[in-house]
Design a protein around this ligand. Sequence first.
Ligand code: NZQ
Ligand code: ZN
Length: 386
Amino acid sequence: MLNFEFKNPTKIHFGKGLIEKLTTEIPANAKVLMLYGGGSIMKNGIYEQVKSALKNFEVVEFGGIPANPEYAVLLKALDIIKTQNITYLLAVGGGSVIDGTKFLSSAALYTGTNPWDILEKGIRTDVGMPFGTVLTLPATGSEMNSGSVISRAETKQKFGIGGPGLFPQFSILDPTVISSIPANQIANGITDAFTHVLEQYMTYPIGANLQDRIAESIMQNLIEVAPVILNNPNDYNAQCEFMWSCTMALNGLIQKGVPTDWAVHAIGHELTALYGIDHARTLAIIAPSHYRYNFNAKKEKLAQYASRVWGINEGSIETKAHQAIDKTETFFHSLGIKTHLSEYTDNYKDASEFIHKNFTDRGMLGLGEHKNLTPDDVVKIVEMSY
Ligand code: NZQ
Ligand code: ZN
C-alpha cells in the first residue's frame, strides 16, 4: 500500500425527509445564493422543501445552470455574489449544479483578475466561499468530494479543478429525490459511479486488499441495484443503495494508498466538449477500448475483477481478463448505454485529431497509472472506440 493522507470534512445527512436540516446547517446570519439547474426541482417538490427550510434566511435564487455547467452562465451568478454581498452558497441539483457552485465558491474569493485562470491554469482552491448541497441526482460523488468540472462552449473546453477548499460543508442525501429522475439519467448515474470505481481500481496490484474489496463491493452493489432501480425508481431500499454507492465511489476513500488511472475521464471530457455527449456515456465509449489497449498492464487487476465481481473463475489470467472487459461492456448495454462513438454522432472521425491536439497543447503527454500513455496512444484508444 502506498503512503496516504485522508481527510474528508463533508458532513452527510442521509435519509428520507432530511432537507429540513438546511435550517440548522446554514449559519443564521448568512445571505444565501441558492443555485439550481433547468427546473426539475420545480416539478418534483424539492424546490418547495428547500424554500420552506430556508424561510428564515435571506435568500437570492439563481436557476438555469445547464448540464455540463457552462462558464458563461456561472459568470452571471458570480456577478450576483459580488453585487449582492452573498456569504453562503447552496447547490440544489446534480453534479452540474454542485460543480458550478464549487467553481463559484472558488471564484468568489479569487483575488486574480480573470476567473477563467482558475480553470485554464488549474489553480487549486485552499479556501472558498462556504457552501452546502442538496443532492438531486446520484452519479458524480461531487456532493462529498472536492472536484469540479466546468465547460466552456465557446472554445469547446472542459476543465477540472479542485483543492481542499472545495469540499461541501454538508450535503443532504434524501434518496426519495430519485423517484423523478428519468431512466436515461439513472443509467448515466450508475455508469458514472461504476467507472469512478474502475478508474481507482483497474491498474496493477499494490497489496491494498481493503481498498480493493471496498471497490469490488461498490461495483457489486451497483450491478445488483441497477435493474431494480431502473425498473422501479420508487423502491426506497434501491434508492438508498444506489445513492450511497455513488457517493462512496468518489469520496476519496477507495483511492487512498493505491495507484489511480483517470485516463477514461480525461478522454471522455473531450468527447463531451466536442460533441456534447453526456459525461457517463463518454466513459462507456472509452473504457472498453482503454482496457483492451492497455491489456498487458492491467490484466492482473482485470482478472481479479473478473473473479471477484463477475464470478468468472475458469481459465488463464488473460482469458478471465478479456471476459471481464466484455462483461463490463455488456453491463453498460444492459443499462441502455451504447459503447461506440459512431452510435452517438456522424462526425465521430473528428475525435482523435481534436483530442491529440488538445492533449499536446496542454502538455498532457503521459496519462494513466504509469503516466506513459502519449497523445499517439490516446488516438489509438479513441479510434478503437469508433
Ligand atoms: O437541470 P435540471 O432541470 O435539474 O435537470 C437535471 C439535468 O437535466 C436532471 N435532474 C437532476 N436531478 C433530477 C433531475 N431530473 C429529475 N429529477 C431529479 N431529481 O438530470 C440532468 C443531468 O444533471 P447533471 O447534474 O448534469 O448530471 P450529473 O450529476 O451526471 O453531473 C454531470 C456533470 O458532473 C461532472 C460531469 O463532467 C458533468 O459535467 N462530474 C463531476 C465530478 C465531480 N465533481 O467529482 C466527477 C465526475 O466524473 C464528472 O466529471
Ligand atoms: Zn465521472
